[in-house]
Design a protein around this ligand. Structure first.
Ligand code: MF3
Ligand code: CO
Ligand code: CO
Length: 246
């Protein structure tokens, strides 16, 4: 049995717990009337106070410490003075870099009371991520992960974004493999014990197509329909996986 991965799991766990802790702090303040910039500031400070860095800050020129993606924004929304309103859904995506390793996680929050459709979208997206996490173990294929997510999402009448995917993560923020959130069972690379990657399905209420706004970052649904996302960083084991960002 190869124990070399234990140290990388330990480091990723330490970064992951900080990233998850930032989302817990966000949950305490998120409500109608606050701005996404206030959320960004909270994440920046929480992550710093815990001896880590916010990996998104200045990553390929990204200007803020987290991504805040409201309503029809699929991902990579930039925190701003935009005020959150009752009925909005907002994904907050945080990545802590601690002691040379990354932990990456996101959640979609409901701002006050949201529509029944929005609630169902958020719930289905969370379930899709969890269904993938439940099957992860050594020797399954990447395609098994994509298939389990796509099946669940399409059963509920929603669509899986194809332009963005999960990713290997470790000392580098984004690395191989690409973890697609759609696909066919039994296809693609086989998982090995010790692999670390993210599961981060982006699910649209309408069609799957996206486009990027002129700021070069903000990805939105082409049809302006709502989009939700959840993300965890996981490590593959012989008999299952560890979720580092709980
Ligand atoms: N956290 C995002 C992910 O899940 C990446 C954000 S990169 C940024 O991979 F530059 F947009 F912040
Ligand atoms: Co990620
Ligand atoms: Co992320």
């Amino acid at each position: 049995m190869n124990d070399n991965y234990k140290e990388s799991f330990e480091k990723t766990r330490q970064a992951g717990v900080i990233a998850a802790g930032a989302l817990k702090e966000v949950k305490k303040i998120i409500r109608p009337g606050i701005t996404t910039e206030e959320i960004d500031k909270l994440c920046y400070e929480y992550i710093n106070d815990n001896g880590a860095y916010s990996a998104p800050l200045f990553y390929r020129g990204f200007p803020k410490s987290c991504c805040t993606s409201a309503n029809h924004i699929v991902c990579h929304g930039i925190p701003s003075d935009k005020i959150l309103n009752e009925g909005d859904i907002l994904n907050v995506d945080v990545t802590a870099f601690k002691d040379g390793w990354h932990g990456d996680t996101s959640k979609t929050f409901e701002i006050g009371e949201v529509s029944i459709k929005a609630k169902k979208l958020v719930k289905t997206t969370y379930e899709a991520m969890m269904k993938a996490i439940e099957i992860i173990r050594e020797d399954i294929c990447l395609g098994d992960i994509g298939a389990v997510i796509q099946d669940h999402v399409e059963q509920e009448g929603f669509s899986v974004v194809q332009d963005f995917c999960g990713h290997g993560i470790g000392e580098v923020f984004h690395k191989e493999p690409n973890v697609l959130h759609y696909g066919k069972k039994g296809t693609g690379q086989k998982l090995k014990t010790g692999m670390i990657f993210t599961i981060e399905p982006m699910i649209n209420l309408g069609k799957f197509e996206t486009k990027i706004l002129n700021d070069g970052w903000t990805a939105v649904t082409k049809d302006k329909s709502l989009s939700a996302q959840f993300e965890h960083t996981v490590g593959v084991k012989a008999d299952g996986c560890e979720v580092f960002t709980l």
